[in-house]
Design a protein around this ligand. Structure first.
Ligand code: 6GU
Length: 225
């Protein structure tokens, strides 16, 4: 899989891919992540990437030219299955969309900034619009990193058996059960006995029961689906 991210703040997207699971996935060649600075494509003499909103009103709008030229440059080499615009008024992201996008070969993600991008980018250049939740971030970069992370960990070979995505919360519309590690008794706070019983059938049943219980308490909406 290849993920190309277009941004006016490329530095914001360095650290998420420079450590741990995502770095290992990149180093192993399981995913290619490209960060592209939109400003470098601006034909404006001051490399401007934004301008005043037609009709007035507060806030700058990202101009279409540098975005379009950056996209065209990347599209010389790659055919994209989706061109996603990160925006708080997009479709709300969830595990189902992550699963679906993780099967694609090439994905482009455009990060919005200021008051957003010129509407013609959304109408003519983008294939999908995604929000990561009902709150507003200063820009789409952190949201793009969230989406990229959730896709990359689903790629075959990225996680091993122990970290398998199959036992994640949401993967079966249930929250994950509680987990414990040593010591079995800390300050008198004990680990549930079943987990140290060695009876794997009982442990599986207990975990499933806990998953249902947690989901009922915390996210009853998931059980309605
Ligand atoms: Cl994708 N962008 C911004 N700026 N804010 C958000 C978001 C995206 N998703 C939730 N809030």
């Amino acid at each position: 899989m290849k993920i190309d991210i277009l941004t006016v703040l490329p530095k914001l997207l360095e650290s998420p891919f420079a450590d741990s699971i995502l770095k290992r996935a990149i180093d192993a060649g399981l995913v290619e992540v490209g960060i592209h600075d939109i400003r470098q494509y601006s034909t404006d003499k001051h490399h401007k990437v934004d301008d005043y909103s037609f009709g007035g009103g507060a806030g700058m709008v990202m101009t279409i030219q540098p975005i379009h030229d950056c996209m065209l440059e990347l599209q010389k080499e790659t055919v994209y299955d989706e061109i996603i615009y990160m925006t708080p008024d997009g479709e709300r992201f969830n595990q189902k969309i992550a699963n679906e996008l993780s099967m694609k070969k090439n994905i482009m993600i455009l990060c919005g900034h200021y008051k957003g991008v010129d509407q013609r980018v959304r109408e003519h250049l983008v294939t999908r619009e995604i929000s990561i939740g009902d709150y507003v971030l200063s820009g789409g970069e952190l949201a793009a990193a969230v989406v990229a992370d959730s896709l990359i960990r689903l790629l075959p070979g990225v996680l091993n058996d122990e970290t398998s995505a199959l036992s994640d919360s949401f993967q079966d519309n249930l929250l994950a059960p509680p987990v414990y590690t040593r010591p079995a008794d800390y300050n008198g706070w004990k680990v549930p006995e079943v987990l140290t019983s060695g009876n794997f059938k009982l442990i599986d049943d207990w975990r499933f029961e806990q998953s249902i219980q947690r989901t009922k308490e915390r996210r009853p909406d998931l059980l309605e689906d």
